[in-house]
Design a protein. Sequence first.
Length: 191
Amino acid sequence: MGDPLADEHLLAQIALNDRTALETLYDRYERMVFSFALRCVNDRHIAEEVVQDVFTKIWKGAESYHSNQAKVTTWMLTITRRVAIDYYRKSTRRGDHLHLQSDDWLQLAATDKGPDVRTEESDLRNAVFDAMGSLSNDQRVTIERMYYLGQTQREIAEELGVPLGTVKGRIRLALAHLRERLSSKGWGDTP
């Protein structure tokens, strides 16, 4: 990951229409954005489209970034999540079958499952994705970094500039909230 101050400077330059700054930011974070997008939409081609849309939004909206509200990477992942949700909504309106990936515990164990099982798993993935939207921003970002980006709790703490105990607390509260939310929707014993 890049230096937060350098990232903020890049966004300031992008806000002034500096294409070189955008290229630098893209080179630095395209893999992170793609990885997160792919985990969200579970489709390589759509994830590539999400990445392009994210960097287009950054180009057009860099002036909306405020360093006192979030780190650049957190801001970018929030944009990525919103773009992925937009793609999901568009696909459901068109009747396409884009299924949002929600978390590691939902990976399919076998490929020969019947349509009933696949439908139920798809419904659960989508329920988890919706439940993620009900978390506080801090909790959601922490869970996304841990499960979608594969970061350790220590890496998350360093990246976000918060104590390790804070990260652990956010994870504990977020998982409890997700369990409760999913249970209230009839999903029973979910992680």
